[in-house]
Write a protein that binds this ligand. Structure first.
Ligand code: ASP
Length: 315
């Protein structure tokens, strides 16, 4: 069964550590968020349905013997296509009303691909994966439309990505009637039947962010990281705090240099690195043995992972 622990200081951290339940493991997040009351029941149910669909999209890949990388990409793609989440279609809008995506993938061979300020690819996670597979680079900023089409990826105009709900959100932020809520960045980690681990993260960034701002998601070692001897991890929350704390790599370092378990490493990194006032967020992580850890110090975080009694949904 998933163990939940609460730590009182410096802000409440919630952490679930689940030992391997099958030959494969999968966990996803749908973004760190604000107060629990901010969602209506109907809206919460819609998010839960989206999380479940994405979880099943990844699980079917793993069940069929597919790779961890395929599974995290299938999971994240599903969430990118769901307008409720802050990734792909329905991503948060930058201050000028445009959509700029960040995404990254990494596997336990140390292969990584990432994109920042991406405006054309229908599924940013696919473009990040194409960088991993088709180029000798790790991170491309403002990748050209032709690059995506040259790699046989679908592209879309800005109108496809921009939803009414996001326009209203931006208007409210501009009118100073709403603090920008963060829910919706997406990410997944997986371990496949062959014991391989991988991670994918995708986001539109922070609502009303400056044009050209890059968050933690495509920064390897900050919001996204995988390493064969320690973990695969995807983060969500105030990107600047995760970059400053090099949060993903810090967790791996605690495992490698101190021999910490994944759960202890996550807890200690959150306590040590996410202490500033704006350092709110969470993560999903998997160890090479299949142990899954889900944690957040934000008031809420959307996530899905397997517990003893079936899929656990956090909203
Ligand atoms: N971490 C993302 C960013 O800073 C935002 C989020 O997770 O909601 O771009």
């Amino acid at each position: 069964m998933a163990d939940e622990e609460s730590i009182a200081r410096p802000r409440e951290t919630r952490l679930w550590a689940t030992p391997p339940l099958r030959e494969y493991s999968l966990a996803l997040h749908g973004g760190a968020g604000g107060r629990i009351e901010e969602l209506s029941t109907e809206r919460r149910e819609s998010f839960e349905a989206g999380l479940r669909r994405a979880y099943l999209a990844g699980r079917v890949v793993l069940e069929d013997g597919g790779s961890a990388l395929d599974a995290v990409c299938a999971t994240v793609e599903q969430l990118e296509d769901d307008p409720l989440f802050n990734a792909g279609r329905g991503a948060a809008l930058a201050a000028d009303g445009s959509v700029e995506h960040d995404a990254a993938v990494m596997d336990d061979d140390g292969r990584a691909g990432a994109i920042a300020v991406s405006r054309h690819a229908k599924n940013p996670v696919r473009l990040a994966r194409a960088v991993l597979e088709n180029s000798s680079h790790v991170l491309l900023v403002d990748p050209a439309r032709d690059l995506a089409t040259g790699w046989d990826l679908e592209v879309r105009e800005q109108e496809y990505f921009i939803t009414e709900a996001r326009k209203v959100q931006l208007e409210r932020i501009h009118a100073l009637r709403l603090a920008a809520p963060r829910h919706g960045t997406v990410g997944a980690v997986a371990r496949d039947r062959d014991g391989r681990i991988a991670v994918a993260t995708s986001t539109g960034g922070m609502a009303a962010q400056s044009t050209g701002r890059v968050g933690d998601s495509p920064v390897i070692g900050a919001g996204t990281y995988a390493r064969g001897d320690s973990l695969a991890v995807s983060c969500t929350g105030e990107g600047e705090a995760f970059i400053r704390g090099v949060v993903s790599y810090d967790i791996a370092a605690r495992m490698r240099y101190l021999g910490a378990t994944l759960a202890d490493a996550v807890r200690d990194t959150v306590l040590a690195e996410l202490t500033a006032k704006d350092a709110s967020g969470g993560l999903v992580a998997v160890a090479p043995d299949g142990t899954v850890v889900v944690a957040h110090n934000s008031p809420t975080m959307f996530a899905a992972f397997e517990g003893q009694d079936g899929v656990v949904l956090l909203t």
